[in-house]
Design a protein. Structure first.
Length: 125
């Protein structure tokens, strides 16, 4: 084990951050990442659209036709078994498909409320 690793790790001072409610949720106007995404930062879809328009114009193509070419290529590759590009672009542009879990007991749905208790004692319903 590299002994220099511990020199780079910040020391745990035991300081409790005061940005959560007693139930573990964040206080209004607070977040778990105060240095998060800066205001005005563009999301992937906006950047993708701008790049698509720019590249289409550089190649003398209509952006919508160029977008269809990219989609067609993604489908062509996916039909050959290589779906990585198509999956990544669709996940980023339209969101990942949601997995749903049906909790049943011998074929009958369970009713009621379920609580999750985290290792640090926080609870979530």
């Amino acid at each position: 084990m590299n002994k220099d690793i511990n020199k780079e790790m910040p020391e745990n001072t035991g300081e409790v951050l005061d940005n959560r409610n007693p139930d573990g949720t964040f206080k209004k106007g607070m977040s778990g990442n105060p240095a998060g995404k800066p205001l005005g930062a563009k999301n992937f879809n906006t950047l993708f659209e701008k790049a698509l328009i720019h590249i289409a114009e550089l190649n003398g193509k209509d952006p919508e036709d160029f977008d269809m070419e990219i989609i067609a290529k993604g489908i062509e590759l996916a039909r050959k078994g290589d779906y990585r590009f198509f999956k990544d672009i669709t996940d980023r542009r339209f969101g990942k498909a949601q997995d749903k879990m049906d909790i049943t007991s011998q074929g009958e749905k369970l009713g009621g409320t379920f609580n999750v208790i985290f290792d640090d004692g926080r609870k979530q319903q």
